[in-house]
Design a protein around this ligand. Structure first.
Ligand code: FES
Length: 246
């Protein structure tokens, strides 16, 4: 297990924005008096979202003050869970699953792309766009290998389609989340093999799956979300299948 330490370079201060303080108050109010500490994960997540995707020491202290928790208790939580970043991350923070099913399906190839394209694990690329870390199973083994970028999953990766995905993100173009080979959810790669008389061999995708996702302007509360206020893209996004057919 990796050693998780606070970043050496820290900001001098941190406080929630007025909007986030309103949100914090609502979270704390969910719990009975004396149990406010139950909101600690939610508050740390909010603080991380406000602070460009990582938690500085001052934010951890601030959460402890709000929840009347000793600093060391909040620090224990922030350093235990890998969903909390303790040092700056890229605008697109990539969590690459390296657990056995993904490894057997080729995650080492995805890792090589990251090392060549982004650099060593834990470092932000020189353009500030990308950083990555290897994580344990993210629960999408049926569509291995996969990565999580900010809040979204990208699955059925190959070195080629993953490189293309990074290119599209770097260019600010729409990308398609989920499977990068076009299959729906975790159905068999060759199409349905059961209940085909019910659904047909290739049931239509839900509309939500067809919608492309643009790296959108951040709203200050979830700066790493790829889910945009999504206006219609200037150009319709192509699936990788379409791109490869051109
Ligand atoms: S092993 Fe990679 S998502 Fe489960």
């Amino acid at each position: 297990m990796a050693v998780r330490r606070l970043a050496e370079v820290q900001p001098d201060s941190f406080d929630f924005t007025p909007e986030n303080m309103v949100w914090v108050g609502k979270q704390v109010a969910k719990y009975p008096p004396g149990r406010e500490a139950s909101a600690v994960i939610a508050l740390l997540r909010r603080a991380q979202g406000q602070h460009d995707g990582w938690l500085p020491q001052k934010a951890i202290e601030r959460v402890g003050t709000i929840l009347n928790m000793p600093y060391i208790r909040v620090l224990e939580i922030a350093t235990f869970y890998s969903m909390f970043n303790l040092a700056p991350v890229g605008r697109f923070f990539i969590q690459m699953c390296g657990t056995t099913p993904c490894l057997l399906a080729g995650s080492d190839g995805i890792k090589s792309v990251l090392e060549q394209r982004v650099g060593p694990q834990g470092q932000v690329s020189s353009d500030g766009l990308f950083s990555w870390m290897e994580v344990e199973c993210l629960g999408a083994c049926c569509n291995a290998p996969m990565v999580q970028i900010n809040d979204l999953y990208f699955e059925d990766l190959t070195p080629a389609n993953f490189s293309h995905l990074l290119d599209e993100l770097a260019a600010g173009r729409a990308v398609r989340r989920g499977s990068q080979t076009g299959r729906m959810n975790s159905e068999p790669a060759g199409g349905l093999t059961a209940l085909t008389s019910f659904f047909g061999e290739h049931p239509p995708e839900p509309a939500s799956r067809n919608k492309p996702y643009l790296p959108g302007p951040e709203d200050g509360t979830q700066p790493l979300s790829l889910i945009p206020p999504a206006p219609e893209p200037a150009e319709p996004a192509l699936t990788f299948t379409q791109v490869e057919a051109q």
